[in-house]
Design a protein. Structure first.
Length: 386
């Protein structure tokens, strides 16, 4: 679900506001058209009254005026129908009474206006000009504008709809999913952005496959001579001390290959956890054994606490942390404690030159410590496993 401040939601809000404005504009136009109708009819009624009862024209002049302005006198039954069935043109009672005080009344009946004048007797005239159907015209225009608004809203929504799919695919890609395929038809900016992202994902996938294949080949090619070297070492004549040194070198090379393998698993997110409950002290002991460092280098304060972890992975995490603590110490001992479900490893040494977050990246090291061995993978692997 997209957030309320998304582009699609904004488009819907704009469409709703436009619809409301359209309704308001239509109502205002209707009121204005009614006002114009009333104004025109009142003007015609007053002008006819002025001609009939003020100017006193000749019969010929009045007939010419009546034909020109399209008035028809009515009498008898039709006059009575208008009087009883006609609706007052002017709804405002005060204004209507003002006109009637001047002996003028205006009715609407059967699509026409009728003018009633009270002198010695009643005179009724019908305007032959039918009332302009402003309401119908405006309703038609408003209807087409509303349809146009719906079409525009649909067009804009369909144009930016791929953004939702793009957002979902980006989230999947950020979570490490590799099987991502984006192809959106069209030449607009949204389609271009989505397709450019899809092309970038494909290039990234190709690079990842090439890197993984290269790393696997390198590790495979190196493991074979290391294994052969370990076997042949036992058949070489020489001092035992030299054999142990050579064995240690092979173990270091094997350790680097293991680091590469773990980096590969972290990158591919293929690490599978075998969670079980273990004593914390057993995990620490196993980590120290992997380091081949004398136990008097450490001061351990761990009781019978137990945790649920993957034994191999968590022991490897502790091993890397202890290895860093040992490399960067300036004095003995290294303190190891477990309290409130938190494992603490502390040493006495010089602070790092950069923020700790920098050293969580692969192949990052504190360059001020030039004499130290390592490839800068320890904390990266720790962060990835944890």
């Amino acid at each position: 679900m997209l957030k309320s401040n998304s582009i699609i939601s904004s488009a819907r809000i704009v469409g709703a506001i436009a619809g409301i404005l359209l309704v308001v504009a239509t109502l205002l136009a209707l009121n204005f058209s009614v006002y114009l109708d009333k104004k025109n009819e009142v003007y015609r009624a007053v002008m006819l009254y002025n001609l009939l009862f003020i100017q006193d024209p000749s019969k010929e002049d009045f007939e010419r005026y009546r034909v020109k302005h399209k008035f028809t006198p009515i009498v008898g039954k039709q006059m009575r129908e208008v009087k009883h069935k006609g609706m007052p043109l002017i709804k405002d009672e005060l204004l209507r009474n003002t006109l009637q005080s001047g002996d003028i009344a205006i009715y609407v009946y059967d699509g026409h206006c009728y003018y009633a004048y009270k002198m010695d007797s009643m005179f009724y005239y019908r305007s032959d000009e039918a009332l302009t159907p402003y309401k119908l015209y405006i309703a038609i225009v408003a209807f087409f504008l509303f349809i146009l608004l719906i079409v525009l809203f649909w067009y804009i929504s369909s144009s930016i709809k791929p953004l939702k799919e793009l957002y979902v695919q980006i989230q999947r890609f950020a979570n490490g999913e590799k099987n991502i395929n984006i192809k959106i038809k069209g030449n607009d900016e949204v389609a271009q952005v989505a397709n450019a992202f899809g092309a970038s994902v494909k290039r990234t996938q190709a690079l990842e496959k090439s890197r993984a294949l290269f790393l696997r080949n390198v590790m495979h090619e190196l493991k074979t001579p290391i294994s052969k070297g370990k076997m042949l070492m036992h058949f070489i004549e020489g001092k035992e001390k030299d054999k142990l040194l050579l064995e240690d070198l092979f173990d270091q090379m094997q350790g680097h290959l293991d680091d590469f393998a773990r980096v590969e698993s972290l990158t591919e997110k293929n690490l599978e956890l075998d969670l079980r409950t273990y004593a914390v002290i057993d995990l620490v002991d196993h980590a120290i054994d992997m380091l081949d460092i004398k136990r008097d280098e450490f001061q351990i304060d761990i009781k019978a606490e137990r945790v649920q972890v993957d034994f191999k992975l968590f022991a490897y995490v502790i091993k890397n942390l202890l290895d860093n603590a040992f490399k960067y110490k300036s004095a003995k001992p290294i303190y190891i404690s477990f309290e409130k479900n938190t494992l603490s490893i502390k040493n006495v040494g010089f602070p790092f030159k950069e923020e700790i977050s920098k050293y969580l990246n692969a192949y990052e090291r504190d360059l001020s410590q030039h004499s130290l061995e390592g490839m800068g993978l320890g904390l990266y692997i720790v962060d990835g496993i944890v």
